[in-house]
Ligand binder design. Structure first.
Ligand SMILES: [Zn+2]
Length: 285
């Protein structure tokens, strides 16, 4: 866990912040020249390296996810903390003394990292709840037909585990089945409501129980209250972004999934780890 006291140490000067970022894989450690491979390198000025083989120079942000940012390393770490604490872009910009757009780009980078980290295939197992929900739009739409202007989202929740949500083109059986097969181990016990798109789960090797909402809300263990809890968490939170641009919606949705899944853990550590993973995949080419 990284408290504000810890953060005070990591951000007391640029060197400390640089070390923290490098130790967590967010800055490259150059042991050889990226141009000629020579290993005879030196620091010339602050935050610049030089190769004594080919005599080229480069900044220490080269090849990192912060390559195009000029925000000081200590401020970057503070920005991660404020994002963890769920501060709005506008307020974070005020607190950090940065332009709104600068903080907006950082937040977008954090969300991109969250969206891009790979999940293990078929990692959810045991007792699973499946459900779909519609986001955005003002009109109350019907399921499937009549939900124009709304974005359908498919959710899979492992009881006592994580939730996975995904924006989908439609809520047809094949769409939902394909995602279920991708994310859930065969043999798992899957709970759904009576929506017809969930027909066919059994033929793909899942055990399947349905809850009839029109009769009773929950019948013993046959309920989908877990995933419905996520929908209300997500919808309450999205009210504060009223009118999220549909192109950005998947980023906000994955941020919510991330916050929900790590709600009992230290989000700062998780964010740094996620950025580190993203750095490895995003910057290798
Ligand atoms: Zn060189």
């Amino acid at each position: 866990m990284v408290t504000l006291i810890d953060l005070g140490r990591y951000t007391q000067d640029e060197e400390s912040a640089e070390t923290y970022l490098r130790d967590h894989g967010l800055l490259k450690s150059y042991s050889q020249c990226p141009y000629c491979g020579c290993t005879h390198l030196g620091h010339i000025r602050r935050q610049r390296l030089k190769c004594y083989g080919c005599r080229r120079e480069w900044g220490i942000r080269k090849g990192s996810i912060f390559e195009r940012s000029q925000v000081p390393f200590s401020t970057l770490l503070l920005a991660v903390k404020l994002f963890e604490l769920d501060m709005s872009t506008r307020e974070a910009a005020r607190q950090l003394g940065l332009a709104y757009n600068t903080v907006y780009r950082l937040h977008h980078l954090f969300r991109t990292a969250i969206l891009s980290i790979a999940e293990d295939a078929a990692s959810l197992k045991g007792e699973i709840e499946l459900d779909e929900s519609y986001f955005g739009g003002r009109r109350k739409g019907k399921r499937g037909r009549g939900a124009a202007g709304k974005v359908p989202v498919f959710g899979i929740l492992e009881r006592g585990g994580k939730v996975r949500v995904e924006v989908v083109q439609n809520v047809k059986g094949e769409t939902l089945l394909e995602l279920t097969i991708k994310k859930v181990k065969r043999g798992s016990l899957v709970y759904t409501d009576r929506f017809q798109s969930y027909n066919g789960l059994v033929s793909y090797g899942f055990r399947h129980k349905r809850i009839d909402h029109s009769k009773r809300f929950a019948n013993g263990k046959v309920y989908i209250n877990g995933i419905e809890g996520f929908w209300s968490f997500a919808k309450q939170r999205l009210i504060k972004y009223h009118g999220v641009d549909p192109a950005r919606f998947p980023f906000y949705l994955k941020e919510l999934e991330f916050r929900y899944n790590y709600r009992d853990m230290d989000l700062f550590d998780q964010l740094i780890e996620t950025l580190g993973e993203y750095a490895r995949v995003a910057v290798t080419e």
